[in-house]
Design a protein around this ligand. Structure first.
Ligand SMILES: N=C(N)NCCCC[C@H](N)C(=O)O
Ligand SMILES: O=C(O)CCC(=O)C(=O)O
Ligand SMILES: [Fe+2]
Length: 389
């Protein structure tokens, strides 16, 4: 099976696709030391086919220990069981750099002409970026730069999460090396030489999806979710946080009045991811993530124990000059008796990365399809517009 794919390495622009299942890829050759080049190339060819034709794949034998992959889900579940007042100690806010705990309904999915609240609660974390250090490098400030609000209310979770995120950063970079090879690029293409700041501006979202059948979103609880009225510390802050608050107010004003009543409440609305590569750690007991194929059919990403579900994001579309496109997906947690935990880890470009079609993937037939974009701008355009806090 390896050999057949490996022999057939063509970068055609076949348009995805009427896939009805999601391929499973064994990552051993990318994550274990001293692997033969031919073995890496074989995995790279599978990644290439999956990214081009589906935009989604599972990885197995990824090197993250089962105890860590499972343990972090269990710890997360216990954290979400804490009283609301405790969780609100790390409430997400503009002046907390959009990091921390988002309550049910705080995150929204935008549609033409409106938005709908997603039916989940979550903790958002990003690569920590110290504002003073950013300034010292002569780089511009961002409302997103800052420290994380770690879930210190449960130290065991906090500690395991730090270990987990570090491990996922390693796995993300290993898989991106395979993807670089699959594109016919130098193995380390995505490692950091693409940017002024060397590191991936990774993101992680620890998510709890209650069953949808607990009721569609109530407008009354929407107003309870008004962070500014319930948070005495909200007014303190520096010029930077004032600027962040102002930016956010402008975004919120754009959202206000545009909340739409859609017939169907979703756990997470249809979207593509923002960056390079998403790795989803999901509980095994419920199928809720769905992936859209070219016929508009929703294909379930049924949990396969021990794997991560992976998908590519908007920036890989640009870098690959449209050879790879991010695949739309959504979450519907419909079973009334089951709640679900998932932890997507987003391996992203550096904040300052200038993302543009790679010259080798452009030709006279196919000139650059996208203008260059600074990843930080793309991220800000999403994060500053996807919260109704
Ligand atoms: N945080 C990242 N990168 N994940 C993508 C989240 C997409 C869901 C969000 N409601 C939206 O519509 O954007
Ligand atoms: O919960 C999941 O399975 C995926 C969530 C997702 O698509 C996202 O947060 O970007
Ligand atoms: Fe997603």
């Amino acid at each position: 099976m390896f050999v057949r794919h490996a022999a057939k390495r063509v970068a055609g622009y076949r348009q995805a696709s009427t896939f009805t299942s999601i391929p499973v890829i064994d990552a051993t050759a990318l994550v274990q030391p001293n692997q033969r080049a031919a073995a890496k190339a074989a995995v790279a060819a599978q990644l290439h086919a999956a990214c081009r034709d589906v935009g989604f794949f599972y990885v197995k034998n990824h090197g993250i220990p089962a105890a860590l992959q499972q343990g972090i889900l269990q710890q997360a579940r216990a954290w979400f069981d804490l009283p609301e007042a405790v969780k609100n100690e790390i409430l997400i806010r503009p002046d907390k750099h959009f990091r921390g705990y988002q309550r049910l309904g705080a995150n929204v999915t935008r549609y033409d002409g409106g938005y709908q609240r997603d039916w989940h609660e979550a903790i958002d974390l990003y690569r920590e970026a110290d504002a003073a250090a950013v300034a010292a490098q002569g780089l511009p400030a961002s409302p997103i730069h800052g420290p994380n609000q770690w879930p210190v209310q449960r130290p065991a979770f906090d500690q395991l999460l730090r270990l987990y995120l570090n491990s996922m950063l390693g796995l993300g970079s290993s898989l991106m090396r395979g993807i670089a090879l699959g594109l016919g690029l130098e193995e380390h293409f995505f490692d950091g030489q693409r940017a002024a700041i060397q590191d991936s501006y990774w993101c992680a979202r620890v998510i709890h999806y209650p069953p949808l059948t607990e009721g569609t979103f109530h407008r009354s609880s929407a107003s309870e979710n008004d962070a500014s009225s319930s948070d005495p510390a909200g007014s303190s802050g520096t010029a930077a946080s004032a600027a962040a608050a102002k930016l956010h107010d402008a975004a919120a004003a754009a959202l206000k009045g545009a909340e739409v009543d859609r017939a169907v409440q979703l756990s997470c609305g249809e979207h593509t991811d923002y960056g390079l590569l998403t790795l989803v750690n999901q509980e095994d007991h419920v199928t809720a993530l769905q992936v859209k194929n070219a016929r508009g059919e929703w294909i379930p990403a049924t949990p396969i124990p021990g794997t991560f579900v992976c998908n590519i994001g908007d920036m890989l579309k640009v870098w690959s000059n449209g050879l790879y496109k991010p695949t739309a997906h959504r979450v519907i947690n419909a079973d009334p008796s089951l709640s679900r935990i998932s932890i997507p880890f987003f391996y992203e470009p550096a904040f300052e990365a200038r993302v543009e079609p790679v010259a080798r993937l452009c030709s006279a037939d196919r000139p650059p399809q996208f203008p260059p974009v600074r990843y930080g701008n793309h991220l800000e355009s999403k994060v500053l517009n996807n919260f109704e806090l």
